[in-house]
Design a protein around this ligand. Structure first.
Ligand code: MLT
Length: 310
């Protein structure tokens, strides 16, 4: 059995594979730049995070491949249709980084309304800018959550503790789940028009791509703040940058981008846009949980034919 770990995984993750007698485990540091296709020629399993594009060309180089494990949630870097056509199972680890993403989401919301990055930057150069740093509170504000899956619900629970009013949009969630988490389900337009904060927690699909665009921004409440820890493609960047420049949108905190790493962006010049390099799921705890969960799933599939997405 040959397992190719195309991106860095934790020692505990590696140990699960290495424990299996006779398994050949190839780690990312042993793969030469551009050498992944050759490594896959006789591989049974491929494990990726978000950097490797498991597209049709790469899969064509992997004739024996039986499974692709995505260490994380979004599978948009994997051509699932092509994988299915080739009989390759695709698994991810939904849930394992939900708390990490939810905590960063709340952190970004607080950072925006208390201007923490600006306060920090000013004091690091000796400026005591107390007067210009009066902020606002989350308490009593309305948070619109688009997507009430595991991450959206973790965000809801934490925002509730801050005294926020919660609106949610998710055509797939059971109303009872929303109710139990204190979220009022409303149509998407009402989310846009009634929210003081908007947080996105949906995957990238043809239906969600470009959800935040000129038209949806126009119906948003003036002064809204937007957080995106989901996928960059959900937002039309030029439209959001314009809405921020005009003052219609008070701020945005963005962890994900259409093209990563982000090299050039209309957001760079906007002071009230907080940027982070796709780190929402990157905590020690989440990465450990994801790696172990995925390794167990991949091993069980190869050994027992069991398909599970925990
Ligand atoms: C995910 O899809 O799991 C997150 O965006 C984190 C990541 O891609 O690494």
């Amino acid at each position: 059995m040959k397992i190719v770990l195309a991106e860095k995984v934790s020692p505990a993750t590696l140990a699960i594979f290495q424990k299996e007698p006779g398994w050949n485990v190839v780690t990312a540091d042993k793969i030469a730049p551009g050498g992944l296709p050759a490594e896959l020629a006789d591989a049974d399993a491929l494990v990726v995070r978000s950097a490797v594009q498991a597209d049709a060309a790469l899969l064509a180089a992997a004739p024996k491949l039986r499974i692709i494990g995505r260490a994380g949630v979004g599978v948009d870097n994997i051509d699932a249709n092509e994988a299915t056509r080739r009989g390759i199972v695709v698994m991810n680890t939904p849930g394992a980084n939900a708390v990490a993403v939810a905590e960063l989401t709340l952190g970004l919301m607080i950072s925006m309304c208390r201007a923490i990055p600006r306060a920090n930057a000013a004091l690091h150069v000796g400026k005591w800018e107390k007067k210009s740093l009066q902020g606002s509170e989350l308490r009593g504000k309305t948070l619109g959550i688009v997507g009430l899956g595991r991450i959206g619900l973790e965000v809801a629970r934490r925002a509730k503790a801050f005294g926020m009013n919660l609106l949610g949009y998710d055509p797939f969630v059971a109303p009872v789940i929303a109710r139990e988490n204190g979220v009022t389900l409303v149509p998407i337009d009402e989310i846009f028009s009634s929210s003081d904060f908007l947080s996105l927690h949906v995957g990238l699909t043809p239906q969600t791509e470009g959800l935040i665009n000129k038209t949806s921004l126009a119906i948003m409440k003036k002064g809204i703040r937007i957080v995106n820890c989901a996928r960059g493609e959900l937002i039309v960047d030029e439209a959001l940058a314009e809405a921020i420049k005009s003052g219609h949108v008070a701020g945005a905190a963005l962890d994900v981008f259409r093209h990563e790493p982000l090299k050039d962006s209309p957001y760079f010049e906007l002071e009230n846009v907080l940027l982070s390099p796709h780190i929402a799921g990157s905590t020690d705890e989440a990465q450990e949980a994801i790696g172990i969960q995925l390794a167990n799933q991949v091993r069980d599939y190869l050994k027992l034919g069991v398909v599970q997405n925990a």
